[in-house]
Design a protein around this ligand. Structure first.
Ligand code: PEP
Ligand code: MN
Length: 344
């Protein structure tokens, strides 16, 4: 952080600021400019100083207070230069190979889930997704099977050998989800539900944190900080489309966010083209684009018969389309120097 004094601020004001900096536990470094003085704070990461910005700004003679580095610390590549690789059983997220998460939006029945699970496993997916506690826009829509759905997902995971992913919407459901599921998803709507983030932080299980469509990359990284600060470093970030003026698709996948996050953070990043597009026709093209841009994997909604899906049918791929996508993902992965895990 640097504190920029007003031009011609008297020495007494500069001394007051220096004393305040020292009181706060930092070493001041004074740049003796001819017109104005600039005081840099040494001795700690900017993340620890962020809340002091207003404190120093209020002092007489101060013109501006600027943070130089990022306000997130644990998620920052500065604090952790190597990219993080998260292991989920025999699957890893963030390594050389892409990680493909696939399955239905919601777990609807044993038959539906098992058909989807079998299909994505055969096509080569690495993780099986399925929502049991659904954050629906309308309270009249299907809300998910709850704990019964979680048990079905665990069974489908055992049947296919695929680790499982499911969303938590309420801290009260976390125990049952964490008991049966390998990766916990925080949905876009809960990206800034800070209590929920802290609760999943206290559980060591890997977390997929989805970006809220109205939030900036920095806010996503700050949200990941809440999880990591509780002692859980296993956070995967997921770009799933942001709100824009464009209404030809449900959201707009922010492709830019992928290399931006990769630059500023060591955490793995995956993309979810299903929710971004809202239309199965565009899902494969967007998935390939995300991998070309450097995503560590993709999350794809797959349903054995999207026409009867209880949620997100229009954006769900049929198994045969998903199989085709897996082939193309392998080609794009190879073109950008990545691999794709082979189906066992
Ligand atoms: C989902 O993954 O089914 C979901 C609800 O996604 P999002 O939170 O990104 O809307
Ligand atoms: Mn969905």
């Amino acid at each position: 952080m640097v504190i920029i004094m007003q031009a011609g601020a008297p020495d007494s004001e500069v001394e007051t600021v220096i004393a305040a900096v020292e009181r706060a536990g930092f070493r001041p470094y004074i740049n003796p400019g001819v017109e104005r003085k600039v005081i840099a704070l040494l001795g700690a990461l900017d993340a620890e100083k962020a809340e002091l910005v207003d404190h120093f700004f209020a002092l007489p003679g101060v013109e501006r207070v600027t943070l130089i580095s990022e306000p997130y610390k644990l998620a920052s590549r500065r604090s952790h230069p190597d990219s993080t690789v998260i292991d989920v059983g025999r699957v890893s997220i963030g390594g050389h190979r892409l990680t493909i998460v696939a399955g239905p939006c919601s777990i609807e029945s044993r038959d539906q889930l098992f058909a989807a699970a079998q299909a994505v496993k055969e096509a080569g997916a690495n993780l099986l997704r399925g929502g049991a506690f659904k954050p629906r826009t309308s309270p009249y829509s299907f809300q998910g099977l709850g704990a019964a759905g979680i048990e079905l997902l665990a069974e489908a995971g055992r049947m296919t050998g695929l680790p499982t992913v499911s969303e938590v919407v309420d801290p009260g459901d976390l125990d049952v989800i964490a008991e049966h599921v390998d990766v916990i998803q925080i949905g876009a709507r809960n990206m800034q539900n800070f209590r929920l983030l802290q609760e999943v932080g206290r559980i060591g299980k890997p977390v997929i944190l989805k970006r809220n469509p109205g939030c900036r990359v920095q806010e996503l990284l700050m949200a990941s900080e809440y999880i990591m600060l509780e002692g859980n470093p296993n956070v995967v970030l997921c770009e799933r489309g942001i709100t824009s003026f464009e209404n030809a698709t449900r959201y707009t996948l922010d492709l830019n966010a992928i290399p931006v996050i990769k630059r500023f953070s060591h955490l793995p990043v995956i993309a979810d083209p299903s929710h971004a597009a809202g239309d199965w026709r565009y899902v494969s093209a967007i998935a390939l684009g995300a991998v070309a841009a450097g995503a560590d994997g993709v999350m794809i909604e797959v349903h054995p018969d999207p026409s009867v899906a209880l949620s997100d049918g229009p954006q769900s791929l049929r198994p045969e389309k998903f199989r085709e996508l897996m082939q193309s993902l392998g080609q794009v992965a190879a073109a950008v120097g990545r691999g794709i895990a082979q189906a066992e």
